[in-house]
Design a protein around this ligand. Structure first.
Ligand SMILES: [Zn+2]
Length: 740
């Protein structure tokens, strides 16, 4: 029974205590007017994250165990437990009925009937307590509406843990959101409900009582310190430390310890009370704290209002953000939320509140089933915002009986097509869009990010504090860019990223950065059009850090240049910089340029040469030459001239089909030129597509090969890449050498 897990949050215990104190005063005042509910009910969902064992064995615990646990919680919190008689008389007058009850959820997040138990095959068999992010990502119901209790096999001797609540003071909204995905209680399966073979002591289900105590704001009875440390409750005596076992007459800090309190570490069998003060704290939290107070009015507490004919709009599939004049094809996901089979239905599409199309279909949807409904392509007006609405209008030839889920809207920004070049430095313009795959709020924001100047601003994907939606792609979109009228094109940008320093990196998801291109007005970003993709450590531009990453100076940034000449001629190109959330650290992107690459028409270069040993004891030397098209024209033919030992020969290569920015490896047999001893080779590109190459600087390579047939013990495996062509380039650089 450990500490709450969010101990390093920014809201300090002192701030929280000050807040709870003021709320307790308010409660007393309100109670005087009799305006408070008496019994507060909390809807609970148990997520059983198991190892594949059949239901009822191992970590896949039975339903009866869960029902037993709920019974124990209700008895303990209502002081209806059979062992109230064990409370020492000196504490019995302050032992309290908390008037808090727990109810297995009756409705799931979508309003469908549930037994409040979700069973998920975990991605791993055993979870460490610091893997809460991973564990909770396996199954999630909104924490505003449910107390999420995760049951799994916790590593070591861990029984359970919980997240402490937050105040509703202003200024903590961001932090509150950051912790939204790890709220709840985690229990080792062996300690759920009654279990008399748990080992060190028998389980009477009080691990859950203790952890929910934390989740409702209670601190350990000994104040997590010695005498003089406070649990912020005056009716619990000070204690010198935790108590284990069942030492009923233990005295520390000059008074008898309340080892019977659920917030001690005593064996389950010896625990039996919460105090009046603890009751007040828990109820204060439940009535005021964000993500707690909303539970009291959660639909999870209510019987599902399931009607016979109830078709609902579940999600909007398309459009996500259409940004050019082309047609979009609206699509929506519908679901049968009713009890009847649905055999026919009508769904409307509205644009700016005007019905555009009504689709009537005769498909069978059993209760719970979903289906995608596609509408005809439409053309949206360019200069205005467009609101797309999907609406269920008829089910089984009659009107739908539950209007709450019949409609969903999406507002699309006005179109904006810009001619290349497009440039965004995130200082003042707003020529970009931020959206997520899931329609939730985008994590891209504008933030200070020191580059060559300290007041520089950049786009920031703040994944350090993001504990939601792992793996979700978060898009930063350019306007639609017209790439007609230029011969070559490129994307350049700078980015900065420091991986998060973790004890065990593999326990966290990897942050990622991708660059994608859409040529259909942002409707699809096909994986074929991924131009750039890096994850985790390969994304790193600065040293890993355990704090929230902020770049300091240019050395922490990487410059990326991508050749997109193959998209030249397209009138609507949208570039997406995509952050993939791994909850690791922040990614910054700045100075995004999309425009003319100013490439020469014919510019083929030798990028690398390999398979040539410095010393070779055999004469059949096959070299592999990597050539790259640094120009914009597609190159089909190349003439290569090889000079060696005063001999010259030309090689012609055909059907290369090398597009702008592409590389190819060609093999060249140079064995017939070699003689025993030192061989000097010069290789040069002399023509491209029958024309002269327009940039000579990267056209030739020179190297030596030493042939020595007498040394047969020489290590043949040692293949040096010798030398690279850049040795022969005066400034050692080429503008687009790093274009991928
Ligand atoms: Zn604890």
């Amino acid at each position: 029974m450990q500490l709450p897990q969010n101990q390093n949050r920014k809201e300090t215990p002192e701030q929280f205590e000050k807040w709870i104190q003021s709320k307790r005063e308010e409660r007393k005042f309100l109670r005087a007017f009799g305006t408070q509910q008496t019994v507060l009910k909390i809807p609970v969902v148990f997520h059983v994250i198991h190892d594949g064992s059949p239901v009822g064995s191992g970590s896949n615990i039975s339903e009866s165990h869960i029902i037993d646990q709920v019974r124990i919680l209700n008895e303990d919190f209502r002081r209806m437990n059979a062992d109230t008689t064990e409370t020492p008389s000196m504490f019995s007058n302050i032992a309290a009925d908390s008037e808090i009850e727990f109810v297995l959820a009756k409705q799931d997040p979508e309003g469908l009937a549930t037994d409040g138990i979700v069973r998920i095959l975990g991605s791993q068999d055993v979870y460490r307590p610091d893997q809460e992010v991973r564990l909770m990502a396996e199954s999630y119901w909104p924490h505003d509406d449910y107390l999420n209790i995760y049951v799994t096999d916790l590593s070591g001797a861990n029984l359970g843990y919980a997240q402490f609540p937050f105040s509703n003071l202003s200024g903590i909204a961001t932090e509150l959101e950051n912790y939204s995905r790890t709220d709840g209680v985690v229990l080792d399966y062996k300690w759920v409900g009654t279990n008399l073979s748990t080992g060190s002591f028998d389980s009477y289900g009080r691990t859950a009582t203790h952890e929910i105590g934390h989740w409702l704001g209670l601190r350990h009875i000994w104040g997590d310190g010695g005498c003089g440390f406070d649990d912020y409750c005056n009716d619990t005596p000070e204690a010198g430390g935790s108590s284990t076992g069942c030492s009923t007459n233990k005295t520390t800090c000059e008074s008898q310890d309340m080892i019977q309190n659920y917030m001690d570490y005593t064996d389950d069998v010896c625990m039996n009370l919460f105090t009046v003060c603890q009751k007040e704290r828990m109820r204060t939290v439940l009535e005021n704290s964000p993500r707690r107070v909303s539970l009291l009015t959660s639909h999870g507490l209510l019987e599902p209002i399931q009607t016979v004919n109830d078709l609902g709009i579940r999600s909007i599939v398309s459009p996500i953000q259409s940004d050019c004049m082309d047609d979009v094809t609206p699509r929506t996901e519908i679901r049968n939320y009713g009890t009847n089979s649905i055999t026919s239905y009508e769904v409307l599409l509205k644009v700016n509140n005007v019905v555009i199309e009504t689709i009537s279909e005769s498909n069978t949807l059993e209760p719970g089933q979903t289906r995608i409904v596609s509408f005809s392509p439409i053309t949206l007006e360019a200069q205005i915002s467009n609101e797309i609405t999907f609406e269920v209008s008829q089910v089984n030839g009659t009107s739908d009986q539950n209007s709450l889920n019949d409609q969903k809207n999406r507002l699309l920004s006005p179109f904006n097509i810009v001619e290349a070049p497009y440039y965004e430095n995130f200082e003042s313009n707003m020529d970009y869009f931020r959206i997520t795959e899931t329609g939730e709020e985008s994590q891209w924001e504008i933030a200070a990010a020191s580059y060559t100047t300290t007041d520089n601003q950049a786009a920031k994907a703040g994944f350090y504090e993001q504990t939601k939606n792992f793996g979700v792609r978060d898009f930063l979109l350019t306007s639609s860019i017209d790439l007609t009228g230029i011969n070559s094109a490129r994307i350049t940008f700078n980015y900065a990223y420091a991986p998060r320093l973790q004890e065990n990196q593999s326990d966290y998801f990897l942050d990622g950065l991708m660059v994608l291109i859409s040529t259909d007005c942002g409707e699809t970003y096909s994986d074929e059009n991924i131009l750039f993709e890096r994850y985790g450590y390969s994304l790193k531009t600065a040293n890993e850090t355990s704090s929230s990453f902020f770049p300091i100076g240019k050395s922490m940034w990487d410059e990326i240049s991508l050749n997109i000449t193959r998209f030249v001629g397209q009138p609507n190109v949208q570039v997406a910089i995509v952050g993939v959330n791994g909850g690791g650290n922040n990614i910054y992107v700045d100075d995004l340029f999309v425009g003319n690459a100013n490439l020469k028409e014919y510019d083929l270069g030798i990028k690398d040469i390999s398979n040539i040993s410095v010393v070779s004891c055999e004469q059949n030397t096959n070299s592999s030459l990597e050539i790259r098209n640094y120009g914009y024209a597609t190159i089909d033919e190349m003439t290569l001239q090889v000079n060696a030992n005063e001999e010259t020969q030309e090689f012609i290569f055909n059907n290369l089909g090398l597009r702008s920015g592409e590389s190819d490896n060609i093999s060249l047999d140079i064995s017939e030129f070699t003689v025993d001893g030192s061989n000097q080779f010069d290789i040069q590109i002399t023509s491209v597509n029958g024309e002269q190459d327009q940039q000579a600087i990267n056209n030739s390579v020179s190297f030596d090969v030493l042939i020595d047939q007498s040394e047969d013990y020489f290590p043949l495996k040692e293949d040096f890449l010798y030398p690279k062509w850049t040795t022969f380039s005066p400034d050692g650089t080429n503008q687009f050498d790093n274009m991928t």
